[in-house]
Design a protein around this ligand. Structure first.
Ligand code: COA
Length: 260
């Protein structure tokens, strides 16, 4: 496994990562630990966190795994409090918990739409809001993971597109409101990332081949591409960057995200 691009760049920092057990945000959690940060990871189920906790610890990192549903503000507060008890502070928040499934707009129920909004958008707000006092103390930062789906329009993804547009709005608004506390707020919008559950589950093989040909850089992204971007944005190398959602997609969205 490739190491992150600058070792120990986050030495002494404490990071809290939602959705940190698996996929892109699992990769970010591992990369933060490799970069020297102590890492707390959270998701709905404790058993989904244990393999990542073990992996981080086996490679010499420190990891605290705490289950919480990001839709539940009290549970979020509890998970953050436990992290502060364990590690003493919080410097970095990564909001990666997300829900996704393919569904046509005319078949999607109101509850289906609301569920994804609740996980992605309300969950992101809940974590940011509950972590505010700690971030104010540490002059810390927030990294919100969104997507490129809503930059144009993506069929069967109205719920996720609306949720990710809200996440990008949260990034900009908090950057403006919380900048005076020294808190930086940024985002990453990953394009098609090959080694993820979403890509395996949501994209049938013929569409995958069609999509590959449409990406200007002529390859799918890798979780490592997102990890490196996350480490850069969380480090002092990005100390004057706030309110930005960095698109990491090989140029894909410029040609439209639809496969039609
Ligand atoms: N198609 C259409 N509607 C769906 C759906 C699908 N594939 N999956 C869930 N929904 C709807 C449900 O029907 C329900 O609406 P209803 O009450 O009107 O029937 C609503 O969404 C809530 O579903 P439920 O399963 O009760 O919610 P949950 O909170 O347990 O889980 C998700 C919601 C989105 C997390 C769930 O779909 C899921 O587990 N997805 C896989 C994991 C995932 O998304 N990972 C992210 C990878 S990018």
């Amino acid at each position: 496994m490739d190491k992150v691009f600058v070792e120990n760049i986050l030495q002494g920092k404490v990071a809290f990562v939602t959705g940190g057990g698996t996929g892109i945000t699992g990769g970010i959690a591992r990369a933060l630990a490799e970069s020297g940060a102590k890492v707390a990871i959270t998701s709905r189920k404790q058993e989904n966190l244990e393999p990542m906790k073990n992996l981080i610890e086996q490679t010499g990192g420190e990891c605290f795994a705490v289950a919480a549903d990001v839709r539940d503000f009290a549970a979020v507060e509890n998970a953050l409090n436990q992290t502060v008890e364990r590690f003493g502070k919080i410097d970095i928040i990564v909001n990666g918990a997300a829900g996704n499934f393919l569904c046509k707009a005319d078949e999607l129920s109101a509850n289906g739409f609301g569920t994804v909004l609740d996980i992605d958008a309300k969950g992101t707000f809940n974590i940011c809001r509950a972590a505010f006092e700690e971030l104010k103390k540490s002059r810390g930062q927030i990294l919100n993971i969104s997507a490129t789906l809503h930059l144009t329009a993506t069929p069967m993804q109205i719920h996720v597109s609306a949720a990710k547009a809200a996440v990008d709005a949260i990034t900009r608004n908090l950057a403006v409101e919380w900048g005076r506390f020294g808190i930086r707020v940024n985002g990453i919008a990953p394009g098609p990332i090959e080694d993820t559950e979403g890509m395996k589950r949501l994209l049938p093989k013929p569409l995958k081949e069609k999509l590959a040909k449409k990406i200007p850089l002529q390859r799918f992204g890798r979780i490592k591409d997102i990890e490196n971007t996350a480490i850069f944005l969380c480090s002092d190398a990005a100390s004057y960057i706030s309110g930005v959602t960095l698109v990491v997609d090989g140029g894909h969205w410029l040609l439209g995200t639809s496969l039609g």
